[in-house]
Design a protein around this ligand. Structure first.
Ligand code: SF4
Length: 564
């Protein structure tokens, strides 16, 4: 057992091995190679050895990768024009596209598809598989690709960010060192790019310190819950894409369903629920199970078998919620920076593009030997000049257009299409989603115990949260401190019970939060099951008192997503 902290020094560090971080690392190596080739041909001095690293909290690249996912290939084409020849794992090219309004027992097909929902030219993929493939390409360049390492703190020298510290390993539940204790490493870098994904824990810590969001509207989120199924042969052609609105949501809750045909008779089936819902008993996992009971979906799943399950929060705030993207020594890319096109439900192409722009900025900084806020501020300007910024600007009022429910949202979305994104007016949502949650009394609902909401799940087509966690392959070392930090559990047992009926039991899609009896006088207390956690970040976002903080558990823990 040693207290000696390893120090790894690199030039550019990408924190997170998702599409943004991996695209950034790969593009940086491309730029350096091109520069050095030109230098060798007599065009100036080469850049010399540049050390690049990608840190990833999962046990391997791609294990935490989850998305819808119908990918717009625009970003990938720019990164690797020959991505198909290079073996990119494309499940299918989109072959047909539909949008339905679901009623309880039937569906109405939209006669035409609004342009944002047209998917011709896009690919159905598994994000985890894409990440694995990109990770292999990055590794082949000689860059460090380091899974099992969760960044838990940012390192600063004065105002300059100089890298990150990774989490200690081998600490028991009570905080004591185990025989296998290993202190976290300091990974020092001239440029650190945060690519942690949605609601990144370092980004959350740094935001107030660096005032990254002082000019942004509060971020709005949704939670996507998804399963991949093996269907009887020929049931759904690969490349078939279906989006739905309506059932099982009420008209005041934002969200919708999706069904994507994958290769080998696999089907992606999922549902997105806005986390700015009013009813405190809203349960994204339960809504998804109900979606699978709709006759249209049930008929598709009949005779099929579940292969995997996962859940993830989605940044929906868009253009007005984008933070400042750079600071001295650092930049932010991908979902961490809210780069998601809400109506298209697509962010992978924006993640890749933002990673590439951050790489170009880091490359210029390395050439100049300067890593200050002004030099890295070029990334903000590059992003504003890019097609990614234009695309996000064009849908800037999408989510807020649904503030008054489904029908107003549809009308507003239609108007936005003909007014360049303006719709019924510029309407950034200045209220965070959790602030919209009504109390039980105001919402006119009674708290429903989790077992009641899950009663009747047949474990064939519909699953309890615990069963679905099993399908996610989630594993954590049980003997480690909880990575869900609840700053005042007395609120759970008193105010929250009374006011909101403990919504954590409902919004967590993995049954991590349970309220259990505390003595025999009717009192209750919070019981946490952190080892169930699928790292979706919903609790960190949706808790009405904002007393839950998600921090990374020991590196390597979490889901092991396959096909997602
Ligand atoms: Fe998601 Fe939080 Fe539940 Fe983990 S504990 S699965 S992050 S809601």
């Amino acid at each position: 057992m040693s207290d000696q902290r390893d120090v790894l020094e690199v030039d550019v560090l990408f924190v997170g091995g998702g599409p943004a971080g991996l695209a950034g690392a790969l593009h940086l190596t491309q730029l350096i190679e091109a520069h050095n080739r030109a230098a060798a041909a007599g065009g100036g001095a080469p850049l010399g050895d540049v050390a690049i690293a990608v840190l990833e909290k999962a046990s391997e690249i791609g294990a935490h990768g989850i998305s819808g996912c119908v990918m717009d290939p625009r970003g990938l084409k720019e990164l690797l024009p020959d991505y198909r020849e290079k073996g990119a794992p494309i499940e299918a090219d989109v072959t047909s596209d539909d949008l339905f309004l679901f009623t309880k027992r039937g569906q109405i097909r939209f006669p035409f598809l609004p342009p944002p929902l047209q998917n011709h030219g896009n690919h159905v993929i598994s994000l985890g598989a894409l990440e694995k493939w990109l990770g292999g390409l990055v590794e082949a360049t000689g860059a460090y690709v380091l899974p099992n390492m969760a960044a838990v703190d940012a390192l600063f020298e004065g105002d300059q960010m100089v890298g990150v510290r990774t989490g200690d390993k081998g600490i028991d539940r009570q905080g004591n060192r185990k025989p296998n204790f290993e202190p976290g490493a300091d990974v020092k870098a001239k440029v650190t790019v945060l690519a942690e994904g949605v609601r990144g824990s370092l980004a959350k810590k740094l935001s107030p310190k660096l005032r990254l969001e002082e000019r942004s509207a509060p971020q709005i989120y949704a939670t996507g819950v998804k399963e991949v199924w093996q269907l009887p042969a020929g049931r759904v052609p690969k490349g078939r894409v279906v989006h739905t609105m309506g059932f099982p949501l009420d008209t005041e809750t934002f969200g919708g369903g999706f069904l994507y045909g994958m290769d080998g008779d696999k089907l992606t089936v999922g549902f997105v629920t806005g986390l700015d819902y009013r009813n405190p008993t809203t349960d994204p996992h339960g809504i998804f199970q109900e979606f699978k009971r709709h006759p249209y979906v049930a008929a598709l799943l009949d005779g099929g078998t579940i292969l995997s399950y996962g859940a993830k929060a989605i940044p929906e705030g868009g253009f007005y919620a984008m933070p400042r993207l750079s600071w001295a020594g650092g930049m932010m890319v991908g979902d961490s920076a809210a780069f998601l096109n809400g109506p298209r439900l697509k962010g992978v192409h924006l993640a890749i593009k933002s990673g590439m722009l951050a790489a170009e900025t880091a490359f210029e900084a390395l050439l100049a030997g300067k890593f200050d806020a002004v030099t890295l501020g070029a990334y903000d300007s590059k992003f504003r000049a890019s097609w990614a910024w234009q695309e996000l600007r064009g849908v800037r009022n999408f989510h807020s257009g649904f503030e008054h429910g489904l029908w107003a949202g549809m009308l507003n979305t239609g108007l936005q299409l003909v007014t360049g994104g303006r719709g019924l007016g510029e309407r950034p949502t200045w209220e965070p989603g959790h602030a919209r949650m009504r109390t039980l009394a105001a919402a006119g609902v009674v708290s429903i115990l989790l077992e009641q909401t899950q009663r009747g799940y047949d474990n064939e087509r519909t699953f309890t949260k615990v069963n679905d966690v099993f399908h996610s392959g989630t594993k954590h070392d049980e003997d480690q401190p909880s990575h869900l930090l609840v700053s005042d559990t007395s609120i759970c047992a008193t105010r929250c019970r009374e006011e909101y009926g403990n919504p954590c039991q409902h919004f967590c899609p993995a049954n991590v939060y349970e309220m259990v009896p505390d003595g025999d006088r009717g009192a209750i207390k919070l019981k946490l099951n952190p080892s169930n956690c699928v790292h979706c970040k919903t609790c960190d976002i949706a808790d009405p008192y904002q007393i839950i903080t998600w921090v990374p558990p020991e590196g390597g823990g979490g889901p092991n997503y396959v096909h997602l």
